[in-house]
Design a protein around this ligand. Structure first.
Ligand code: SRM
Ligand code: SF4
Length: 576
């Protein structure tokens, strides 16, 4: 096993603590197994908690009762979040039933569809972590590398009306996901009681002993739909498909959302287009991007460790040259493409093979039974009769896929019975809204998000209705902090948490995920948010051009400045 040198590459600063933890972890083992067996505390050690992320789980505590527990001199109410790795967000009905059972047996807040089209379970106590992991494994799924400094869940466009194109990109999502799965047997040993084959740690041919400097994300979009926000990915692939044949991918690198309030050296960035690869070169290209980041990413300052900073620090041409050198070929010029939206479609759509796909809006992706709302039960009942599959979307919604014409009525009946048909009567802004988890589980949340979204949306709907804009599709995203898990920097209207009840209001991204928004008001509370938007909606209703989107209107009417170069994707290529 290699030990990291004292200094991070390209800097004279020492490696971050986490680099040492990774290096000494014997490929992600640490003392997780021992920590799980310790009955004295509901927690594991800080170092193991960092390694646990690579296994797809985070230690959290219930922030609603944190102060009360402190007053009572009790340790925080520790519980774990678990995230599944489900490339492309496809779940078979039997798997769904197993995941639903896990949620009811071990978790506390139902099933949560994430902004990267997979599941999270919250509130799992330490004692139940292992049985939960085993139940996920028995459902033919895994959580390995769903979090951590590694390539994570690979996402792809859902595109329900184009089944064959979805099938192509889903295959690629799985292929890329499998290619970048870590080789360590630690997961099997710790969670699945796998036998220790040798005391020597295994090789990690792609990652090496210290994995990546930071998280890494890959996504595949199929124009004209940018439902995955391809420019928010470290490696975004834009599939160029003609007459049902995949010609290859345009390659965008260095996208990322996370920033820190008050630190201008951190920022959201859109992926830069560096060229095109045919399918037979795509894996080599992806591996070259990952390994350049592995070797040149900043391992001393985690806030500057994402690929976007590696690229900006060294220059985009430098980066493309390095990638081409490693891949052993030159990228071709990017092919023409156009996006028209980055939201989901709702209701039934027929695929070209005659089967049907039903897009359902799921508020903040949370499926659980509360009071008279029984959404979790509803989807469970659908899973019992579904002959197709489920597809989760990057906008936290759900598609019930591949339904034969004769089976539609049965699904419709359940959808209506369990109140899953809300999409039919919803406003344009609600259908295009995303809110991150935030409180009470997220340790980084500065403000509410998922729990605030329903009330805020109702107030905004009243205002929009008064301006005749209730059906106007407007992208609204809320994040409880500037990490941007709801990809708020790509919303026409974004609220980013500053403190409880206070948000930065950002405006002016476009509807296709190709322009970042800008700060309009800082650190304001709800009355200011509503008043500001009321005025802007009024002007939009009066002055918009036919089909003009809200974000575009704000720029055309000079409410916001014309977008500067760093708000749109940089192109190093020439379109062929
Ligand atoms: Fe995220 C951290 C939730 C998508 C950027 N994110 C977190 C943690 C794990 C908090 C933590 O580190 O303690 C949150 C757990 C909350 C909870 O209680 O469940 C969390 N992120 C989520 C999810 C569940 C939000 C959601 O409402 O769906 C999404 C899970 C995705 C998945 O299934 O893999 C989620 N996170 C994203 C996205 C969107 C995306 O990838 O398309 C982003 C922005 C894109 C990007 O990565 O740049 C995102 N999350 C972050 C960051 C900032 C990273 C950065 O470069 O600065 C953090 C904090 C960190 O890594 O230090 C973070
Ligand atoms: Fe937590 Fe911030 Fe991500 Fe929301 S954006 S889930 S508050 S880390």
């Amino acid at each position: 096993m290699t030990t990291p040198s004292a200094d991070a590459p390209g800097t004279d600063k020492p490696l971050s603590h986490l680099e040492h933890i990774k290096a000494e972890s014997r490929h992600l083992r640490g003392t997780i197994a021992e920590g799980l067996a310790d009955p004295v505390t509901g927690a594991i050690s800080d170092d193991d908690n960092k390694l646990l992320k690579f296994h797809g789980s985070y230690q959290q505590d219930d922030r609603d009762i944190r102060d009360e527990r402190r007053r009572q001199k009790l340790e925080p109410a520790y519980a774990f979040m678990i995230r599944a790795r489900l490339p492309g967000g496809v779940v078979q009905p039997q798997q769904w039933l197993a995941f639903d059972d896990i949620a009811r047996t071990y978790a506390s807040r139902g099933l949560r569809i994430t902004t990267r089209q997979t599941f999270q379970w919250h509130g799992i106590i330490k004692h139940n972590l292992k049985p939960t992991m085993q139940a996920i494994h028995n459902a033919m799924a895994t959580t390995i590398a769903a979090c951590g400094d590694i390539n994570r869940q690979v996402v792809c466009s859902v595109n329900p009306h184009l089944s064959s194109e979805h099938a192509i990109v889903w295959e690629w999502a799985k292929k890329l996901s499998d290619h970048f799965i870590p080789r360590t047997r630690a997961y099997h040993e710790i969670w699945l009681d796998g036998e220790k084959i040798t005391d020597e740690p295994e090789e990690e041919p792609i990652y090496g002993d210290t994995y990546l400097p930071r998280k890494f994300k890959i996504g595949i979009a199929v124009p004209p739909t940018n439902d995955i926000d391809v420019f928010a990915q470290d490696l975004g692939l834009i599939a160029i498909i003609e007459h049902g044949k995949l010609l290859g991918f345009n390659v965008a690198t260095g996208g990322g959302m996370g920033a820190t309030h008050g630190d201008d050296t951190t920022y959201a960035r859109l992926g830069s287009l560096i060229g095109f690869v045919p399918p037979e070169q795509a894996i080599a290209l992806a591996e070259a991007v990952v390994t350049v980041q592995r070797d040149y990413g900043n391992r001393s300052e985690r806030q500057h460790a994402r690929l976007k900073y590696t690229i900006d620090h060294n220059g985009l041409e430098w980066f493309r040259d390095k990638v081409e050198e490693r891949a052993g070929f030159t990228l071709e010029p990017a092919r023409p493409y156009a996006f028209v939206r980055n939201g989901d479609r709702f209701g039934w759509e027929q695929g070209e093979d005659g089967n049907w796909h039903l897009g359902l809006y799921i508020e903040s992706g949370r499926l659980w039974d509360q009071d008279d709302q029984k959404l979790q039960t509803g989807i469970r009942e659908i899973a019992k009769i579904l002959k197709g599959e489920f597809r989760m979307t990057c906008n936290q919604n759900l598609v019930i896929s591949n339904v034969a014409t004769r089976d539609r009525a049965k699904i419709d009946k359940l959808v209506a019975q369990f109140g899953l048909d809300g999409y039919k009567a919803q406003s344009g802004i609600r259908r295009h809204s995303i809110a991150c988890v935030a409180l009470p589980t997220c340790g980084l949340a500065m403000a509410e998000s998922e729990r605030y979204a329903p009330a805020l949306l109702s107030k905004l709907e009243t205002i929009l209705d008064s301006h005749g804009l209730l059906d106007a599709p407007i992208l609204l995203r809320i994040s409880g902090c500037p990490n941007g898990c709801a990809r708020p920097y790509l919303a026409e209207i974004a609220l980013i948490g500053r403190a409880l009840g206070r948000y930065d209001l950002r405006l002016g991204a476009n509807f296709t995920g190709e322009r970042l928004n800008v700060v309009y008001r800082e650190n304001i509370a709800e009355p200011d948010i509503l008043q500001t938007l009321d005025e802007l909606f009024g002007a939009y209703a009066r002055n918009r051009e036919p089909d003009e989107k809200f974000g575009d209107y704000l720029i055309r009417s000079n409410v916001l400045p014309a977008p500067s170069a760093n708000l749109i994707p940089i192109r190093l290529d020439t379109v062929a």
